[in-house]
Design a protein around this ligand. Structure first.
Ligand SMILES: [Cu+2]
Length: 436
């Protein structure tokens, strides 16, 4: 066993994939310190996320502006609130799971060791009880960003505020009940498979509620195609495809066929790039002026958006076909059968276009930080309170916090300013009748 002794001496990385399934992660297969370092890092990043989540939760629960009841909170804050609760519920489970792994590896326990009465499936259950909510932990903040951007650049109030806020909560709740759809190929009783198939289907309902409300927000709006809005619309389109392939994969006999193929890789990227990455880029273009006081160039931004959108779809759409042709995931070598080589070539070309698109935004940020147009406090005529303060905001955010009377406080403030101006107007007219 030359290879295992090399492993022992050179302390290689944790070669058990990102899921570290047992028995791949046990101390006889991987005795090196790599897995232990991985366990330590899971704890470290877990504590960091947990502390951050508690902070978000406490801030939202205790420090809202005067008059901002739950029903007047920005949808982005709703998303962050639910994201924080999900983290608080899911992180302790993965922390416990890796702690059991640590005691298995070093203190003689056998939680995951089948030969000693343990269960490798226990690891998978604990891992995915965290792992599936983690998808929503990544995507929900993106949903929140989109819910802020769409109404501003449609010049319409958000359609179905309550439905969008409620569906965020429902997605989180259902998201805690579907973890074993990642385990359809394990020897589980059929009734368990059916439960997790149906619960996974159910998530399509609140997600569909969101989709329809977002589209209804756009409907007959005065749409402004700013870069933030382009990324938001790109999100709607891309995430929709990811959601639909998710329904395919939730059907367990279909999953038996597709699991561990590139179809899953394609689905994951449509959900996470469509859901998280595109919405983060929308958020960067939307809030860059607020963060820096300068506009992020719209010209380069549009170039970046189109390169990213086209690059993304060229890379990942074809991966559905790669998967349907049977290519397994997690391999970089594959037999030259069928169209696999052509498909992989197309995918590789797409990835370079996608990377170029990201690079254009990085260059855009560097240029705009120095030379971008000065934005002023409210360049977009935003709806939410951050646009009330200067860009960038002072350390204390607000010298005086205005009282909140609706979901769109900035509209109220603008209306109030307009009313004050028109009330003054007759006085001005009376003083200068000749100019009238
Ligand atoms: Cu899942």
């Amino acid at each position: 066993m030359a290879s295992s002794s090399t492993r022992r001496s050179s302390s290689p990385p944790p070669e058990c994939g990102w899921t570290c399934y047992s028995p791949l992660s046990d101390d006889t297969y991987l005795p090196s310190g790599g897995v232990d370092a991985w366990i330590f890092l899971i704890h470290l990043t877990g504590i960091s996320s947990l502390v951050g989540a508690i902070n978000f939760y406490a801030t939202i629960a205790n420090m809202r502006a005067p008059g901002m009841g739950w029903g007047r909170m920005p949808l982005f804050c709703w998303a962050i609130l639910v994201y924080a609760i999900l983290l608080i519920l899911a992180l302790p489970v993965i922390a416990g799971a890796v702690t059991l792994l640590l005691t298995d590896r070093h203190f003689g326990t056998h939680f995951y060791d089948a030969s000693q009465g343990g269960s490798p499936l226990l690891w998978q259950h604990l891992f995915w009880f965290f792992g599936h909510p983690e998808v929503y932990i990544m995507v929900l903040p993106g949903f929140g960003i989109i819910s802020e951007i769409l109404p501003v650049f449609s010049r319409k109030p958000i359609f179905g505020y309550k439905a969008i806020a409620a569906s965020t909560v429902v997605i989180a709740f259902l998201g805690l009940l579907v973890w074993a759809h990642h385990m359809f190929s394990t020897p589980s009783p059929t009734i368990v498979l059916v439960f997790f198939m149906l619960s996974s289907f159910l998530i399509a309902v609140p997600t569909g509620v969101k989709m329809f409300n977002w589209i209804a927000t756009l409907w007959r709006g005065t749409i402004e195609f700013t870069v933030a809005m382009l990324f938001a619309i790109g999100f709607l389109f891309t995430f929709l495809i990811g959601g639909i392939t998710g329904i395919f994969l939730a059907i367990f006999p279909v999953d038996w066929q597709l699991t561990d193929t590139y179809f899953v890789v394609a689905h994951l990227h449509y959900v996470l790039v469509g859901g998280a990455v595109l919405s983060i880029f929308a958020g960067i273009y939307y809030w860059f002026p607020k963060m820096t006081g300068r506009m992020l160039g719209e010209g380069l931004g549009k170039l970046s958006f189109w390169l990213m959108l086209i690059g993304f779809h060229v890379t990942f759409l074809i991966q559905h076909s790669i998967g349907l042709d049977g290519m397994p995931r997690r391999v970089y070598e594959y037999p030259d059968v069928g169209n696999l080589e052509l498909y992989n070539l197309i995918s590789t070309i797409g990835s370079f276009i996608l990377a170029l698109g990201v690079l254009v935004t990085i260059i855009n940020v560097v240029i705009s930080l120095k030379k971008g147009a000065v934005s002023g406090p409210d360049p977009w005529k935003g709806n939410t309170l951050e646009w009330y303060t200067t860009s960038p905001p002072p350390v204390n955010n607000f010298d005086s916090v205005p009282r909140i009377r609706s979901v769109e406080p900035m509209k109220d403030i603008r209306r109030q300013v307009l009313r004050q101006q028109t009330e003054k107007a007759p006085v001005v007219d009376a003083e200068a009748p000749a100019t009238a």
